[in-house]
Design a protein around this ligand. Structure first.
Ligand code: ADP
Length: 241
């Protein structure tokens, strides 16, 4: 199957779509490949945390592609912006981006992303995994929510994918042509983190900006600090966001 220039491969069950993407990257791949699983037995978040992917309850996928540079963080911003836009158009819900790698609504996590990268003779590749909760009732995590719970709309994978991939392709082109600054500029108004008091690894601070390299700028005791994705988990004072 081909959607918006991506070769789509669907697995009934797999350990993790990111793990399969990395296996394929090492074996050699051509073009844009999109791996989807009905369920994952070993889905992962950052820092090897478990990612729940119940059968038929969400869009569990990894995009394997060539990137303009070796920046998995950049790819996550491109993907989060594209998916938030697609979700807003499809459902009208107020989806936002929690720095650096989640999509949230109503203060809960509806999607998590994990990008990994490597290098071969043809240059850098990125395996960009996203787990989007679509159906209500399948997850029992306190900070998780599904698109159906948040918006009352049960959308199909096939509805959201073309909208998302089309948006992703456009933004990826802008990223390649103009760098990450143009993506961050578009992402700022859709940030759930900016302007909020947050806990950065347990320390209380004000999130004041996302810089053009994608780092979070926090203010604490009248001093600014730059926080790089990958180093920290950001939490809201009262809960997840
Ligand atoms: P964070 O960015 O929140 O620090 P990660 O990106 O590492 O965390 O994602 C892993 C965490 O996400 C897990 O520890 C778990 O709390 C949560 N989680 C796991 N599966 C799901 C899911 N399907 N929906 C929402 N949250 C999930």
């Amino acid at each position: 199957m081909r959607i918006a220039g991506w070769d789509v491969i669907v697995f009934d069950e797999i350990d993790s779509t990111n793990a399969e993407a990395k296996r394929r990257a090492r074996a050699g791949f051509a073009g844009n490949v999109l791996l989807i699983a009905e369920t994952q037995t070993a889905g992962r978040g950052r820092m090897d945390r478990k990612w729940e992917s119940p059968r038929g309850a969400g869009l569990w996928m990894t995009q394997l592609f060539r990137a303009p540079n070796r920046s998995p963080e950049g790819a996550v911003f491109v993907s989060a912006l594209a998916l938030v836009r697609a979700l807003r158009v499809e459902t009208g819900g107020d989806f936002l981006i929690k720095w650096p790698n989640d999509i949230v609504i109503n203060g809960k996590k509806v999607c998590g992303m994990l990008a990994e990268c490597g290098f071969d003779a043809d240059g850098a590749w990125i395996a960009l995994g996203s787990g989007l909760n679509l159906r209500a009732g399948a997850l029992e995590l306190p900070h998780a929510i599904s698109v159906e719970q948040a918006t009352g709309r049960l959308i199909a994978r096939d509805e959201i994918l073309p909208a998302y991939l089309t948006e992703f392709n456009t933004l990826r082109g802008a990223w390649a042509a103009d760098g990450l600054a143009t993506i961050i500029e578009q992402l700022r108004p859709l940030s759930a983190t900016l302007g909020c008091e947050v806990l950065v690894s347990g320390e209380r601070a004000q999130a004041v900006d996302i810089d053009i390299d994608g780092a979070l700028i926090i203010m604490k005791d009248n001093r600014q600090r730059r926080v790089v994705a990958g180093d920290v988990s950001v939490r809201g004072l009262a809960g997840y966001v």
